[in-house]
Design a protein around this ligand. Structure first.
Ligand code: ADP
Ligand code: MG
Length: 469
């Protein structure tokens, strides 16, 4: 007869406890719960995707040792990740792998999604169009403050009545990392929730541009236009990228008119106000002014603190109120940096075994700001690596197995892992639709190569200089 899973797990914990520091044990292992044991497969439940990724990255060996000792050599471990209330019922795209198998369970595990068909396959029928939304960008996860209240209210109104409010288009604008993409996508999720039959599509201006160029080359402009006419809620992110691209602007102008006339909703984001959008046709700019332009501002201290508390709870990060406050005092630029700071601190505290005090927070965050790396994003890193190796960005994101492309792709993942706060899942999704285990593998491969190949290490160092700007 199989042993009771809770007893098994508690024996595992005893073994683990002897091998890690008390802090590591308390942070990473104690909160884990065993939820099942069947055929030598122990299922443990963790609080978040982030915790799961950290375990898999840093503690896989010790976990494996423990379960093999307690259960036997054939033992395996499976994870289930608790899904936030707000995310239940939504399709999620996070893959849970385990050592070495996968498991999918209702409600407790984020469900693995099969690789979507090319979302932009122009021959799609309308209900097959994948909205391209990130499951964590929901309205419930968006903290409101005076900095974003107008935009959020408009978003909520649109979600109830897409295409039928005065906010068409809704143009959300403001600096980087302030939540524009999050809020724009949240509108998409809400509409999907309220009106499952409506076709929602999120697309970045860069992808739109690439898709348009491809359609031109293949003589498929009519299909391209037809595809966009199927959309009920079109979210176009970062429209400042349209600057100077006349052909794309012209095409978007027509799509805009078609959709607007037939009562479809447009949601646009921009990193600057409409008045500051340059190299843009006046007739397009005048369309943008038809609806509402809502600015997102830098959150004040209280809103930052609310966001920090919310993120800590969601990620299962156990920071005292005092620590959260000192992080928010220190990081006053934008929310992306705030998230980055929290993750770096958590890593410092556990992997370097430091107790967090406000002084330590200040010291660590001070370094981060000095390095100038805090503003890096996955996109920026990708651009820099592509430029360095003279590779076109779409080739980097392609499925190419050519050695130099694979290496550049892996290196991009490695930098993203080290210099942004993006989760492995996000990095994988953005870089060629890979899953987080591919990203982990890439990071190890790059570290190995750096250790053995001096020329390569030189290249990495040169690139690091460039990333510092
Ligand atoms: P932008 O598109 O303006 O550059 P993002 O939408 O990508 O910014 O937001 C950056 C990060 O900050 C995301 O992880 C997002 O979830 C988070 N974020 C921004 N604003 C908020 C908010 N008000 N509440 C919760 N999270 C936020
Ligand atoms: Mg954005």
């Amino acid at each position: 007869m199989e042993k009771d899973y809770q007893r098994v797990w508690s024996e595992c914990l005893d073994l683990i406890k002897e091998r890690v520091t008390p802090r590591t044990f308390a942070t990473w292992f104690q909160p884990i719960q065993a939820v099942g044991l069947q055929n030598d497969v122990l299922t443990i439940q963790v609080k978040s995707q982030y915790v799961y990724e950290c375990l898999e990255e840093h503690y896989v060996d010790i976990l494996r040792m423990a379960i093999r000792t307690v259960i036997g050599v054939g033992a395996r471990l499976e994870y289930s990740v608790v899904v936030e209330e707000s995310q239940k019922g939504q399709p999620s795209s996070v893959t849970i792998s385990s050592i070495p198998q996968k498991k999918v369970k209702e409600n407790v595990v984020r469900v693995e999604k099969v690789a979507p068909k090319n979302p932009f396959d122009l021959n799609h029928n309308r209900l097959e169009i994948d909205p391209q939304l990130n499951p964590s960008y929901t309205l419930d996860c968006f903290v409101e403050g005076s900095c974003n209240r107008l935009a959020k209210s408009a978003a909520m109104a649109i979600a109830q009545n897409p295409g039928k409010t005065a906010f068409n288009p809704l143009l959300i604008y403001g600096g980087s990392g302030l939540g524009k993409t999050h809020l724009a996508q949240a509108i998409g999720w809400e509409v999907k929730q309220n009106f499952p039959d409506k076709v929602v599509l999120y697309v970045t201006t860069n992808v739109f541009q690439t898709q348009f160029t491809e359609a031109q080359l293949k003589n498929e402009i009519n299909d391209f236009l037809h595809f966009y006419r199927l959309i009920d809620v079109l979210i176009l992110d970062d429209i400042q990228e349209l600057a100077g691209k006349k052909g794309t602007q012209n095409t978007f102008f027509h799509i805009f008119n078609d959709l607007h006339q037939s009562g479809k909703q447009l949601v646009l984001t921009s990193d600057r106000s409409p008045a500051e959008l340059t190299d843009m046709e006046e007739r397009l700019l005048s369309r943008f002014r038809w609806g509402l332009s809502a600015e997102m501002k830098i959150p004040d201290f209280d809103t930052r603190l609310q966001i920090a508390r919310f993120k800590a709870r969601k990620e299962g990060i156990d920071f005292s109120e005092e620590i959260l406050e000192s992080i928010c005092k220190y990081v006053n630029s934008n929310v992306r940096e705030l998230e980055g700071a929290m993750v770096s601190l958590l890593a410092q505290a556990t992997f370097n075994h430091r107790d967090l005090t406000p002084e330590v927070v200040q010291e660590i965050l001070g370094k981060m700001v000095k390095n100038g790396m805090s503003e890096l994003t996955v996109d920026k890193i990708q651009d820099i690596v592509c430029q360095y190796y003279h590779i076109a960005p779409d080739v980097l994101l392609s499925k190419s197995r050519k050695r130099e492309i694979v290496q550049a792709r892996q290196l991009t993942m490695y930098f993203c892992k080290n210099y942004t706060n993006a989760s492995l899942t996000t990095i994988g999704r953005q870089i060629g639709r890979k899953d987080h285990t591919t990203v982990l593998y890439a990071c190890r491969a790059i570290a190995d190569l750096m250790a053995t190949d001096r020329t390569f290490r030189g290249q990495v160092e040169e690139l690091q200089q460039k990333l510092r700007g």
